[in-house]
Design a protein around this ligand. Structure first.
Ligand code: HEC
Length: 448
């Protein structure tokens, strides 16, 4: 049934900063996603959906279309509007602005619109304004047996007043041969909205001989207000002599309500939040409610990614549509602030490192110059005679490696960063922790 197997869960990538080579200029331009094909597609229920895909290009990495990840809750067995969200990161961890394609799943055949649900009622013909000229007051009664105006519809006319048993010689001169007359209360044609309660205003009946016969009126037909359609309600009555009135009908049209109100997505945890670099982003969740469709939370599509390894501002998008295709997209802004205080880190470096290193130059001292060491390949300063382990180093001094190098005793740290349990180093340092470690790394990052 479902042409695409998308995963429901979206993973917010926590990308490690890439262990790239000494990159003087960090790549901070995010890639751009472009849809292949239309941004809105309509298919029929049960039809399989083939996604046309998207392209992604990046200023540094070039074509990274293969890395695009798409997610959707698309269910081709259920009518509705769904979104497919496309996300991608470049190698440097920059997230592209997410892009959506809308997939509208529609009912196969033209839906039998507001067809008469049960009772075969003709199109509600506008009945003449003066519906039935029933005797308003007793005295006025004359020959009103045929109310001139009556809904001009064949079905209603079938029952004309029975011919009175005229053949029988009536002993009494005044045999009752006149049928009663029914008069509608209220309008002959009524429209109500789907789901609204229908209260039949009823009708009155008058007979020349029997007088008021309202209580004996028989009502047939019913209105199902949960099914938009045209309905007919008929009223009839007979007098004591067996003369039945001309049947009178009322047309009730139950109108399909048009849902124009989009669903409302509520973000738990607010629409903006701030994280410190490397803090984990945890999706706090959301709900989606629609006036007509109710809870649509499971239909919400998410787009966008947060890479907390890179300070910056990220936008996550949340999309949902109700069955009437009213769409809602909202955003959550996540600001990732840099970790550590570079100024405090510089002061600390003056105290802890300056005895062996030139901090703000590349010139060697007892150790190699530290200017530009952030992102630099290990053991790569030509003027410095490194230990063989660092000299042969294949790693870069990125955030993770510096955390290890400066966060513990270098005797142990060198084994970890080199991956060699026998490695040793000429730098003898016992390690920093907490804010000191964050601050000094923030300083080295700035000191480029
Ligand atoms: C006691 C002297 C000493 C102190 C203190 C010291 N270092 Fe070093 N550092 C060295 C030496 C020597 C090397 C070269 C190690 C080798 O070749 O094995 C080095 C290497 C490094 C490297 C690797 C550089 C490269 O080009 O691969 C970094 C990074 C570094 N030190 C950072 C620091 C920081 C930051 C501090 C202060 C928190 C510090 N060091 C404190 C002596 C020191």
């Amino acid at each position: 049934m479902i042409g695409l197997s998308f995963t429901l869960a979206i993973t917010f990538m926590m990308l490690a900063a890439p262990a790239s080579v000494a990159a003087a200029k960090p790549d901070s331009t995010p890639p751009v996603i472009k849809l292949i094909g239309a941004d809105s597609v309509t298919i029929q229920v049960g039809e399989s959906y083939r996604d046309a895909g998207a392209k992604a290009s990046d200023d540094v990495d070039g074509d990274i279309s293969a890395s695009i990840r798409s997610v959707s809750t698309l269910d081709t067995s259920k009518p509705g509007t769904y979104a497919v969200a496309y996300n991608v990161n470049d190698a440097a961890g920059n997230a592209a602005a997410s892009v959506f394609r809308f997939v509208k799943v529609v009912e196969a055949a033209a839906e039998p619109a507001a067809e008469p649900a049960v009772k075969a009622a003709p199109e509600p013909v506008a009945p003449a304004a003066t519906a039935v000229t029933a005797p308003a007051v007793e005295t006025v009664i004359e020959d009103t047996a045929e109310p001139a105006t009556e809904p001009a519809v064949e079905t209603v006319v079938e029952e004309v007043a029975e011919p009175a048993p005229e053949t029988k010689p009536a002993p009494a001169a005044k045999a009752d041969t006149r049928p009663p007359v029914i008069k509608l209360r209220g309008e002959a044609s009524i429209s109500i909205n789907e789901g609204e309660e229908f209260i039949d205003p009823g009708a009155t009946a008058w007979d020349m001989v029997d007088g008021n016969l309202t209580s004996r009126i028989r009502v047939s037909g019913e209105v199902n207000t949960s099914r938009p359609a045209a309905y007919m309600i008929s009223y009839n009555v007979s007098d004591r002599a067996g003369n039945s009135a001309k049947k009178v009908s009322r047309f009730v049209t139950v109108l399909r309500t048009v849902d124009m109100t989009p669903p409302v997505i509520t973000l738990k945890g607010g629409d903006s939040l701030t994280l410190v670099e490397d803090e984990k982003y945890i999706e706090a969740g959301f709900t989606a409610m629609d006036e007509v469709d109710g809870d649509l939370t499971a239909r919400v599509e998410q787009g966008g990614m947060v890479n907390t390894a890179r300070p910056g501002t990220y936008t996550l998008k949340y999309f949902v549509a109700d069955r009437a295709d009213n769409r809602t997209i909202i955003e959550r802004k996540i600001t990732v602030t840099p970790r550590g205080d570079a100024a405090a880190g510089e002061a600390l470096a003056m105290k802890k490192c300056a005895s062996c290193h030139n901090i703000t130059s590349t010139k060697k001292k007892f150790g190699p110059g530290l200017k530009g060491v952030y992102g630099r390949k290990a053991g790569s300063m030509d003027d410095f005679n490194y230990s063989s382990w660092l000299g042969a180093g294949k790693w870069s001094w990125d955030k993770e490696n510096l955390k290890i190098w400066l966060g513990e005793n270098t005797k142990e740290a060198v084994k970890k960063v080199s991956g060699n349990p026998d490695a040793r180093t000429k730098m003898n340092f016992r390690g920093l922790s907490g804010d000191d470690l964050d601050n000094i790394i923030a300083f080295l990052k700035r000191n480029r």
